[in-house]
Design a protein around this ligand. Structure first.
Ligand code: HEM
Length: 503
């Protein structure tokens, strides 16, 4: 294990002269089609990258990345795949890569999905508008600090009430289970509207009931051409992966949300104009993108991973009792006045095992697995003990799930080790945790492309774990359903901490 060696240091320790990047794109059309079928049909995404890395004996190699539309759509699927921790860092270097219009790869769903605005995530750091919009996103997050935790707790409470009721209603079933996806998405949507936009969706019945479904459809139309869904082949290839999906299908829903933000989030929109010089239309479209794509999309993917992993029936490492103990200790501390409060941002940073578990989940299953960037110039890409010549204009495609299982960096890389990030050695590994499009040890800034909510995302996930163990002595999850909820038995030494006002 090389926990304290930075990727740059390990890569440059023995730098051989650059060699050509191995791998081939295959014959025109046929090569891209073969790779597309492997990616979506014959292999999983993971297997796709693993097999090619093995076949090329290299963690940097050439391949086509789907979708591969007919030539007249004009998308070039040729990329340089990067699947080790050292070379991956090139994707965070603004002097090397241009991030213009390349969020989900060579395919860009287009501004038709965002009310005609090229929103911040599609802007490169060299475009002046990026700095303006990123600063606005970070400021909105900063402003939300006073409401974020309480809005989240309220959402989680409502979600768990609904799941409990569902499970109780099915108590006589042979194997009772309550699916949590809809209540979770409802919780995420409502809390984000309150925290980010400053608007309570309950003022608008349609937005409150169907807002999250509108976002699901909106997200699906943008990203499905790049995703394996699992419907019967070749239908999936023909219907979903062969052409860009049209944005007009979701315009009525999108504009319903647009009007909601315009009317009820007027303060945030005015703030964008007054403090950041962003006009009304661009402010609303950017707010909706941050809320719907970055935040709602990110949490909707990540929180189920986390809940399912912690709730695994087998619990081979006895993780649940250990997490419960840590959460209960934090509760006790708060109840006896030794701490600030529980389940706010402060407490989220004072539960080391909970936090390490969240980091390990982000390492094993990063919610945004692929990162892209176009070479600004010819440069040498350094990997462990190898160097490759990249030409200006080539697209780098980093696959995080392999880069963050790099055996040169992580011990037992394929294993879920909840305590991996504990202690000094564990903290040193955080430089190799890349889920936020940057090392966990770096900070998002107007001049980089790292997730604006890097800290808040980890804190929020910690709060969810804490909230589960505040309420339950134990629980079990199978896939996307709770199968067991054991309510917390009151302890004679512990009174309920005052959650109100906890931030
Ligand atoms: C689990 C939740 C989240 C995940 C996994 C996530 C992940 C990411 C990733 C990977 C990027 C970089 C995309 C790229 O350029 O390749 C990104 C960018 C961004 N994220 Fe997040 N994010 C999450 C939640 C949030 C939240 C809650 C917010 C704000 C409220 C947010 C705001 C942003 C913004 C503004 C950017 C663009 C940064 C830039 O253009 O410089 N994200 N996020």
């Amino acid at each position: 294990m090389l926990p304290t060696l930075s990727p740059a240091a390990s890569a440059s320790a023995a730098t051989p002269p650059p060699r050509p990047i191995p791998g081939s794109y295959g014959p025109p059309v046929i090569g891209a089609l073969r790779d597309r079928l492997d990616y979506f049909w014959f292999q999983s995404q993971d297997e796709f990258f693993r097999r090619r890395a093995a076949a090329n004996r290299s963690t940097v190699f050439r391949t086509n990345i789907p979708p591969t539309f007919p030539f007249f759509v004009g998308i070039d699927p040729r990329v340089v795949a990067v699947v080790d921790a050292a070379a991956f860092t090139a994707l965070f270097d603004n002097t090397l890569v241009d991030k213009r219009d390349i969020l989900i790869g060579p395919y860009n769903p287009g501004a038709g999905f965002t009310g005609g605005t090229r929103v911040g995530v599609y802007l490169d750091t060299e475009e002046p508008e990026h700095e303006r919009v990123k600063k606005f996103a970070m400021a909105i997050l900063h402003r939300s600090a006073t409401t974020w935790a309480s809005a989240f707790r309220a959402g989680v409470d409502a979600m768990l009430d609904s799941i409990e009721a569902d499970l109780a209603a099915k108590a006589s079933d042979e194997k009772p289970s309550a699916n949590y996806i809809v209540p979770l998405q409802q919780c995420i949507f409502r809390f984000l509207c309150k925290a980010l936009v400053g608007a309570d969706p309950s003022v608008d019945w349609v937005v409150d009931k169907f807002g999250f479904t509108i976002l699901d459809v909106w997200l699906a139309l943008q990203i499905l051409p790049t995703q394996k869904i699992g419907i019967i082949q070749p239908l999936e290839e023909l219907l979903i992966h062969s052409f860009p999906l049209p944005s007009f299908l979701i315009w009525p829903g999108y504009y319903r949300l647009y009007r909601f933000v315009e009317e009820h989030g007027a303060a945030a929109v005015a703030y964008a104009a007054e403090e950041h010089g962003i006009g009304k239309k661009d402010a609303i479209n950017n707010l909706l993108f941050v809320l719907g794509f970055n935040a709602f999309g990110g949490f909707s993917v990540f929180l189920p991973f986390l809940v399912a992993k912690i709730g695994e029936a087998a619990d081979p490492t006895g993780l649940r009792p250990r997490l419960r103990e840590e959460v209960r200790a934090a509760m006790l501390k708060a109840a006896t006045g030794g701490g600030d409060t529980v389940f706010g941002f402060k407490a989220a940073r004072e539960m080391p095992l909970v936090r390490s578990t969240v980091y390990e989940m982000l390492r094993m299953q990063p919610p945004v697995p692929l990162q892209f960037g176009r070479a600004r110039k010819d440069f040498v890409l350094r990997s462990h003990g190898a160097a490759f010549q990249v030409a200006k204009g080539e697209v780098l495609c980093g696959y995080q799930p392999l880069a963050m299982r790099d055996p040169e960096v992580f011990d037992r890389p394929e294993e879920f080790v909840p305590e991996r990030f504990l202690g000094d050695e564990g903290q040193a590994l955080l430089q190799h945790l890349f889920w936020s499009n940057g090392p966990e040890t770096s900070q998002p800034a107007a001049g980089n492309k790292q997730c604006a909510a890097k800290e808040v995302v980890v804190d929020t996930a910690c709060m969810l774990v804490a909230e589960l163990f505040r309420r339950y002595d134990d629980f079990q999850v199978e896939g996307t359903s709770f199968t067991k909820l054991v309510k917390r038995q009151p302890s004679p030494t512990m009174s309920e901490p005052a959650a109100a006002g906890a931030q």
